[in-house]
Design a protein around this ligand. Structure first.
Ligand code: WTA
Length: 649
């Protein structure tokens, strides 16, 4: 951690949406009278029927209820497209940069976006999708993914995007979990010069789904796919003949816009439900203020639309603001480690937003791939997904930003819809590694982890919670409101509990110390250790498994799995490879363990509970602080695991 501060330059502050005084004034107003504040800022989007009430929220366990702008009506797609047509119909809405640097980029104007979204919306309708139905997207990062999201929003269907790196099993679970009527996918997803056969994954998934589920296929690469007549539909062919007019559906502010599955500390991933009105207001407002977005700027968020960052900051926030947003199909290191910077130069990107894991990976290639390109268009840099180590922060600042671009380290979650802790670039002096201060309307508190008492001193260390609601907050867990309450409101009564630990320094700045639950953050991807464990124990040779995170130089955290084999099964390298492959097919490549250690036994309490604290320490190579092991049923297990511990190669 570093306490060096970087104040915004006077020139940046003067031109910014908020300088320090403005931030402080607006923040104070937002906390003193949230309804007045959000009542005013809710007007930044277009309402069909204006709201008369602003917030109606309750964090009390048993009656958790979150409503914003509840009597207003709107259409999200109309806000992201139609309302810009008169003033910026010919402006580029989306710049699509394909995986291959040799393929031409596409510039899609707001007019073209309108036409494509309407056509696809009509295709959805012709397949029987109506208001409230769920549509699953399993898509590469191509314009059709954006069209599909907005087409759902236009007709009031609820999209649920499954990251294209997930396996057929994971896809089937999510199709079934949300009882989707339709899946939209592509033949293949090119990434880093290699094509993933998305459609064949979808075929495999659909074997486990209701046979009424339709499969819309974007013929993107033209790669061969098998075709099931009556179920599979060629999207581009249908769009070509569909009408380019589709009236937007009038939706209630609280109608769900999307479901997005995310990992928690227990059980299978849960469907996070976001609203239409409050979510859009919050995504748009954070996009404008956090990135200091101005008309005419080119904004690039490198996330995938399969994650919440892609939802809020590739699609909804930027398009609601009439921005030009970049969508990149590929990876940072293809064809070489200069690709990000080549794209920044080519499209004159003004704001660039990525994850610390990407920064660390690129940093490892040295400065030359950055210095080859003209990055003078860059005005601001952002990060998200995990704590950024000061070394990576400094490299980002010095080598990419040439010391001239403010860095916004944005802390938020799938559940929060948008940034909660973040610098505002014209207002906040930054400190490398700190997500700094709350956004407007956000009331963070630090609680003592054991007593649950709020720590009122400025300097504090404990768990991060929030006292009051904000418009972008998730509304419920799909189909399971009780799980919503239990997950977020039961550990610390009356607060929203984020699952992260934090420290607040003498300046009131927040420093995230990582998850305090059994969630790990691998390359900025959220993973429940329980999910990986249940995949491992589903293997015929595995008796028991315990999974923990450990510090990884590039990924932030890696996956360390302790595996106990069935009696009589030999631990071999071949079996280890087989287990890695097994997890890839059960969940997806992002869940593949970095290390599998054979464990003849696991440290357990006398009541049989696995002591993960100890396993974490062993994985972290930190035995000095193993703590009390006297409550273990068999303390000898620990020595055995220490002596057979495996180093990351
Ligand atoms: C972590 C991603 C430190 C955190 C938007 C959180 C961060 C989880 C930061 C949510 C940050 C996200 N600094 N940690 N700037 N941003 N996190 O749902 O642990 O994929 O709880 O949302 O990522 O991950 P999720």
């Amino acid at each position: 951690m570093s306490d060096k501060t970087y104040a915004p330059s006077a020139a940046f502050s003067v031109a910014a949406h908020a300088d320090k005084a403005t931030y402080e004034k607006m923040y104070a107003e937002s906390i003193a009278d949230p309804d007045a504040f959000w009542g005013e800022h809710g007007k930044r989007i277009d309402w069909i029927k204006p709201y008369t009430e602003v917030s109606n929220t309750n964090f009390e366990l048993g009656s958790v209820n979150i409503n914003w702008y509840a009597d207003g009506t709107l259409n999200v797609a109309a806000n992201c497209i139609d309302r810009h047509l008169a003033t910026r119909g010919d402006q580029t809405a989306i710049i699509f940069e394909p995986d291959s640097p040799d393929a031409p980029a596409q510039h899609i104007t707001y007019k073209q976006l309108h036409e494509n979204v309407c056509r696809l919306a009509n295709v959805f309708k012709s397949q029987g999708v109506t208001k409230g139905d769920r549509v699953v997207l399993y898509m590469p990062m191509i314009p059709e993914a954006a069209y599909a999201m907005l087409a759902c929003a236009r007709i009031g269907a609820v999209h649920s995007i499954v990251f294209a790196g997930f396996s057929p099993d994971a896809l089937a679970n999510r199709i079934n979990g949300s009882a989707a009527k339709l899946v939209i996918t592509a033949d293949e997803a090119p990434r880093g010069g290699r094509n993933t056969a998305l459609k064949s994954n979808a075929d495999a998934a659909l074997l486990h789904c209701n046979d009424k589920v339709k499969c819309l296929v974007v013929k993107h690469t033209g790669g061969q796919t098998t075709w099931t007549e009556g179920r599979d539909i060629d999207v581009k062919a249908e769009m070509a003949t569909a009408s380019a007019d589709c009236a937007p559906e009038e939706m209630n502010a609280e109608d769900p816009l999307f479901v997005l599955y995310t990992s928690g500390s227990t059980g299978q991933p849960k469907g996070v439900v976001h609203s239409s009105g409050g979510y859009l207001v919050y995504a748009a407002m954070t996009h404008q203020y956090t990135f200091d977005y101005h008309d005419g700027d080119v904004f690039w968020c490198t996330a995938d639309v399969g994650w919440v960052t892609g939802h809020s900051y590739i699609i909804y926030g930027p398009l609601a603001n009439g921005a030009t947003t970049v969508m990149f199909e590929g990876v940072p290191t293809y064809p070489d480690a200069g690709r990000f910077w080549a794209i920044c130069e080519k499209h004159k990107v003004n704001q660039f937003y990525t994850a610390p894991t990407a920064i660390r990976a690129l940093m490892a290639h040295g400065n030359a791939p950055v210095e080859k390109y003209d990055l003078s268009s860059l005005k601001l840099l952002g990060t998200v997904g995990e704590p950024i180590n000061p070394e990576a922060w400094n490299w980002y600042n010095d080598v990419v930003g040439k010391g001239k671009c403010p860095i916004v380290d944005t802390w938020w979650q799938t559940e929060t819809g948008g940034h909660l802790l973040t610098p505002l670039p014209g207002a906040t002096a930054t400190k490398p590694g700190s997500a700094t201060l709350p956004f407007f309307g956000i009331a963070p508190v630090v609680l003592d982890a054991t007593s649950g008492e709020e720590i009122h001193e400025t300097e504090a260390e404990g768990v991060l919670c929030f006292k009051t609601s904000w418009p972008g907050q998730m509304r419920t867990v799909f189909g399971d409101h009780e799980r919503f309450e239990k997950t977020y409101f039961s550990d610390y009564k009356g607060y929203y509990f984020a699952g992260d630990g934090c420290r607040r320094d003498a300046d009131g700045y927040y420093w995230i110390t990582g998850r305090v639950d059994d969630v790990i953050n691998v390359s900025g991807h959220r993973m429940g250790t329980a999910e990986v464990e249940s995949a491992l124990v589903a293997h015929a040779h595995v008796a028991e498994a315990a999974v923990v995170g450990f510090p990884h130089p590039i990924k932030g955290q890696g996956i360390y799995a302790y595996v106990t084999l069935m009696n009589g099964i030999e631990p071999t390298d071949e079996l280890r490879k087989d287990l890695e492959k097994w997890v890839r097919t059960e969940i997806g490549p992002i869940a593949k363990p970095d290390i599998i250690q054979w464990a003849p036994g696991l440290p357990k309490t006398r009541s049989g509970k696995i002591m993960r604290r100890i396993l974490r320490k062993i994985a972290e190579d930190d035995y000095g602080s193993l703590g009390d092991t006297s409550t273990l049923a068999d303390p000898g297990v620990v020595d055995e695991l220490i002596s057979t511990r495996i180093e990351l190669k």
